[in-house]
Design a binder for this molecule. Sequence first.
Ligand code: AMP
Length: 499
Amino acid sequence: MSRTPRSTSARFGATRSGRTQKDFELTTFNDFGLAEPILRALTEEKYVTPTPIQEQTIPLLLAKRDVIGIAQTGTGKTAAFALPILNALSVNRPRPQPKTCRVLVLSPTRELSGQILDSFRAYGRHLRIQTTLAIGGVNMGPQVRALAHGVDVLVATPGRLLDLLQSHALRLSDVEMFVLDEADRMLDMGFIRDIRKIVAKLPKERQTLLFSATMPQDIAELARHMLKDPAKVSVTPQSTTVERIAQQIIHVDRAHKPQMLTDILRKETVDRVLVFTRTKHGADKVVRGLNKDGISAEAIHGNKSQNQRERVLKDFRSGRIRTLVATDIAARGIDVEGISHVVNFDLPNIPESYVHRIGRTARAGADGIAISLCSHDELPFLRDIEKLIRMAIPASGQSTRQPARPAQPNNGRGGEQRNGQSRNEHARGGNRHERGGGGGQRNGGPKRGNERGEHQAQERAPDRGGARHPAPASNQGPRPVASTQPIGDFSKVTFMQPR
Ligand code: AMP
């Protein structure tokens, strides 16, 4: 697998305007006029060129504008907001009042929150800035103590933040800058009411930033209430990265999936593999099966304690564990380089999750391989995924690029873009449409009903506990047999660029 270095725009996406890194050749971090201690930290981090989202966002934030950023994890969006925030803090330095923060960053998961905090600490290492983390799953005492004297930057998940507000360990009256990160995922995870409660407690005079991978109607609505005359910046999602992923489907009986997974992990030259299951229980079961077959693996999901999750991630990063089994939500925001393979042990019932999942590989200029095990009852999910990505994923043994299957008749979700919506927006719009229509059965597949609701039920926000979701009902019809084809023929695919 080649590991060719790529330009910053190839790695981090290009601007929607179609401009590429070449158009930005003259821009360096020095051109933004950031404070010297920040520039020094960036040099130490070996950041040379701003990514497209940084290129667009940093000047706007330095000019005190509110900003909506459409960008996914992996585009460099954290530095896009952290650098101008740190700059503002370095210029204007009143001591934070007890039990207050000057900057509040809300993120949906503990992992992502931890990574954001690490970024603030790395870029702000030469500034004397107090930062703290407020996440669920750990004792609140140390967080209360950390906030007692006031902090500059607080990175928090919504549930724990509300707990801290309720117990009067914190007030939000002094927030000067507010960041809502991964807003679409926040809404998917059912945080909308929490966010509204938190926003109501913020001062009216503030600078607000909202980042989201997609901009469905409900996020646009939220943004209208939260931001003042926002500038909108966007970079294309990781399509340039996704193009480099070789994908394959293996049709296999559900009962044969564990054996198939073991075979894959034995046959493939795996550097680091992320295995996805739909449920937490499923993740634990897969780990037990692999361990029994002599393959060391660990699970990461919302039922694990924060310490366990941190230890597992550290071991995965260091290479001590090569196989990590995760649920969608737990994997969100995990930024681990060098994942050579993603294996979908279960296909996701939300097609967008497939794109998020396989985007975990092929990061930072590396190629990646995504293998999906598809049982008979998951065929409708496969159909939805193929409609979203507008191509047929080659099945095991097929080595040539497959033409996209003709679009299915529109059934409320549709496969084509309409009304200028992006694919993602469209898929979400389809969900709403379907929900409104009573969750009708489509394509003879299992009834999905409220997919977002189900998704939430599978694994709710890690700091809020969660419930499991029953497997979809099996379909009638011929069963595909377990594939015995050798793995290794992967077709490169090209994702359509959202318009
Ligand atoms: P993010 O999208 O914020 O999760 O960032 C993805 C990765 O890109 C992180 O590992 C960052 O450390 C890295 N990164 C962010 N900005 C730059 C840059 N300008 N040059 C090189 N790496 C960067």
